[in-house]
Design a binder for this molecule. Structure first.
Ligand code: MN
Length: 747
């Protein structure tokens, strides 16, 4: 602009002025053209040689604002005059009286409002949206003030490049917080979108540029898709003689940006980059039924998502928006939003309330009465920002099919499942093999657990792995009979295979121990492990829950038990024969100074294991309790009831190898990937220890864990602790009392 010579500048000005007149034409009455000319001349003279920061002649600004008022909002001649004169009272020598003298009180009044708002804006550093709304309503007696203000802001945003970075940021964020929502409220959709996009351009320039570039790059591909999508619909529409226009418009950069941010996805994964608009040319009396007719044609070709049907034809939005929206599954498994509306609705949607009056009496003529009408409507809308009685329909979920849920494959095939069905149900619905090998699922491109409850319209991709096998848990994740029975069958089949393997292993063990393979002996092993039956025994061996050492313990135990049995039988006349059952649960222990027949058990407060220093405490009615000497509970007993203490020690380490004892270990450290599997590897693979439970709490990078496992003796435990301590990130590893929370035992 700066380099432009005076002659070209004049030519451009004339061109812009002609554009304004063209935009005004639909709303002009006799004499309006001359009034606009007078206003333009007044502004031209008043701003004379003033230039904006960009170097452009100042007059281009009011001229552009007036054009926006006429073209994008459809305002009347009074508004155009005011737009042309909106900055002259503030910035030039022309007074409000001059304006009133020339154009009358109404124009003067509107310009007064605009000037006052400018004053407030300049003074306030950051306006709260609510305050701003109040200021607007107080200062703007005439709602045209607000509409012109919006046009003014839009042009300032379009020309924000020449401002300083600080000014850009202030104006851009103010636009986002105040003006874009205001435009939305007034139903000025195209202005709202442009304001948002421009704000983003200055607040997040890199992201704005990225999205804009990618939109441009994908344009051809998008248009090709739209043509493919529309082809069958157009054929039907043509066949039925519908007169229509199609617009395939990309969503605004700002709304794409919002989607990326909200769903945390890259541009490439935003699936609804555009909406297709079918605008039908039809009479006002049949437009509603015609829109539904088109809806029916669209959904004949493509399956709609019932959750995303929006009927703003029967009940328009509170800002006047009327349209019928549906989202259908298009080719290549992509969701496509289709907006269906009449020409009239389209104009209202683009220009907001201002367009309403045009259609009010069926004739496109302007009268003051009509203008006042819509001004009143706008005021009402602005004065009641909470009156969202109609807007809530926006979020209203249309549950047409409440017992069923409609979902889609990545390719767009529709599946119907019962309500509450999960991703796993869906996998089985596709194919048993897909279900059995289901590792996870992506719903609308996001990873979800197998138990994820499907929602209408979800698009689901099942991730499978050949290594995957159903587990018992899966039965809790599914609701369909099909999935349930398939999981059960697979589990049974799997179990049968594993049990056979387990049986093989046990047979080999028996052979190695020269134990005859018969029911009686198998049952002894079953009883030893306290299992319900032989099939459970085989299964537990097959899955490795009962490993080599456990089986060795069992078989060795029979030998020991037989020896003990022989021993106790010789003493049977003293009447205190410990049953085989009691021996089963005890290691060999020497109660010093007493005989072996005394019944004893381990105190649950400290869970002594072979190798620990121990003592016996004679309880009333519960035999001898064995405590660790460092057990806090035991120490209290020792100090209070010294006379009931008896010495005890482990008989030998040899025998203790056949039994395991529960021990708890506490750990703290830095959380790292796979820490759980590293710990469990040491426990179950390296040291072949059985684990009862493992709990890990992770908090902000640190973790605290506890394991309860079955250990032979203290040597064994020390070895384990040493190994776990060596894991990277491990801080402390200590034994703790399994039942340490039990109340103190006094008996
Ligand atoms: Mn201005």
């Amino acid at each position: 602009m700066q380099s432009m010579d005076a002659e070209s500048e004049k030519k451009l000005l004339i061109k812009e002025y002609r554009n304004l007149l063209k935009a005004c034409r639909p709303n002009m009455e006799k004499g309006d053209k001359s009034l606009i000319r007078q206003a333009f001349n007044m502004a031209l003279e008043a701003h004379s040689n003033m230039r904006r920061k960009s170097g452009e002649l100042y007059i281009f600004h009011p001229l552009s604002v007036a054009t926006i008022c006429a073209r994008d909002i459809g305002l009347d001649t009074t508004s155009i005059i005011c737009a042309l004169l909106h900055d002259i009272v503030e910035d030039t020598d022309v007074s409000l009286e001059d304006i009133e003298g020339h154009f009358g009180p109404k124009v003067a009044n509107i310009i007064d409002g605009l000037t006052k708002i400018s004053g407030v804006e300049g003074k306030t550093k950051s306006m709260q949206a609510e305050n701003f709304r109040k200021i607007l309503l107080t200062l703007a007696e005439d709602v045209r003030v607000i509409l012109i203000k919006l046009a003014d802001r839009l042009h300032n945003m379009r020309t924000l490049d020449s401002m300083t970075r600080t000014a850009q940021l202030k104006i851009a964020s103010e636009t986002m917080v105040l003006f874009a929502p205001l435009a939305h409220r007034l139903g000025l959709y195209s202005i709202k979108s442009e304001l948002e996009d421009l704000s983003l351009k200055f607040t997040e320039p890199a992201i704005y540029k990225e999205i804009a570039t990618k939109l441009q790059e994908t344009k051809q591909q998008r248009n090709k898709y739209i043509r493919r999508f529309m082809f069958p619909i157009e054929e039907t529409l043509d066949g039925q003689g519908v007169i229509y226009d199609i617009k395939g418009r990309p969503k605004s950069i700002y709304s794409i940006y919002n989607k990326m941010k909200k769903q945390n996805i890259p541009f490439e994964e935003v699936y609804d980059l555009f909406a297709i608009r079918i605008i039908i040319d039809t009479g006002i009396e049949v437009e509603k039924s015609d829109c539904w007719k088109v809806y029916s044609i669209v959904t004949d070709h493509y399956t709609p998502n019932p959750e995303r049907l929006r009927d703003w034809i029967s009940v328009p939005k509170s800002n006047g928006y009327e349209s019928l929206h549906t989202t259908v599954m298009g080719p290549l498994g992509r969701w496509v939003e289709v907006q269906i509306r009449s020409l009239r609705m389209d104009e209202i949607a683009e220009r907001g309330y201002a367009a309403h009056w045009k259609y009010k009496d069926g004739a496109a003529s302007v009268s003051d009465k009509n203008t006042e009408d819509w001004i009143v409507k706008i005021r009402e809308s602005l004065e009641n920002p909470e009156s969202n009685a109609i807007d809530f329909l926006d979020d209203f979920k249309l549950n047409f099919f409440s017992d069923e849920v409609y979902v889609f494959t990545p390719k767009g095939d529709l599946y119907t499942l019962p309500a509450n069905a999960t991703a796993l149900d869906f996998a089985f619905e596709i194919h048993t093999q897909v279900g059995v090998q289901c590792l996870g699922a992506k719903v609308n491109h996001k990873l979800v657990p197998l138990s994820y409850k499907l929602k209408n319209g979800d698009q689901i991709e099942i991730i499978t792995s050949k290594k995957q096998n159903p587990t018992e848990d899966w039965l809790n994740y599914v609701v369909t009979a099909k999935a349930k029975s398939k999981i059960k069958t697979t589990l049974k089949e799997e179990r049968r295979k594993i049990s056979l393997d387990g049986k093989e292993i046990l047979i080999r063990k028996f052979r190695a121990a020269s134990l005859p393979w018969n029911n009686e002996n198998v049952n002894r092993v079953v009883n030893y492990f306290k299992l319900p039956g032989s099939s459970d025994l085989y299964y537990n061996i097959g899955v490795g829950k009962l490993d080599k050492s456990a089986l060795n313990n069992a078989l060795n135990f029979f030998e020991t038990a037989e020896k003990l049995h022989a021993k106790t039988n010789t003493k049977s006349n003293n009447g205190k024969v410990p049953s085989g059952n009691i021996i089963q649960n005890k290691p060999d222990l020497v109660i010093v100074g007493e005989n072996l027949d005394l019944d004893y058990s381990f105190a649950r407060c400290c869970n002594a294991i072979p190798g620990d220093d121990i003592f016996g405490f004679i309880t009333i009615g519960d035999g001898i309790k064995i405590h660790r000497t460092n057990c806090p509970n035991g120490m209290r007993l020792m100090s209070n009831y010294g006379y009931r203490i008896i010495r005890a020690k482990w008989a030998s380490n040899q025998i203790s190898e056949f039994k395991t004892f529960p021990v708890g270990i506490k750990m703290t450290g830095i959380d790292s990937m796979g820490i759980v599997s590293k710990i469990t590897d040491i426990i179950s693979k390296e040291l072949q220890v059985n684990m009862q439970s493992l709990t890990i709490y992770s908090n902000a990078g640190a973790f605290e864990g506890s394991i309860i496992l079955f250990i032979y003796d203290t040597l064994h435990l020390d070895e384990l602790i040493k190994k776990i301590k060596k894991l990277p990130g491990m801080d402390s590893v200590n034994r703790f009392q399994v039942e340490e929370k039990l109340p103190l035992i006094t008996n």
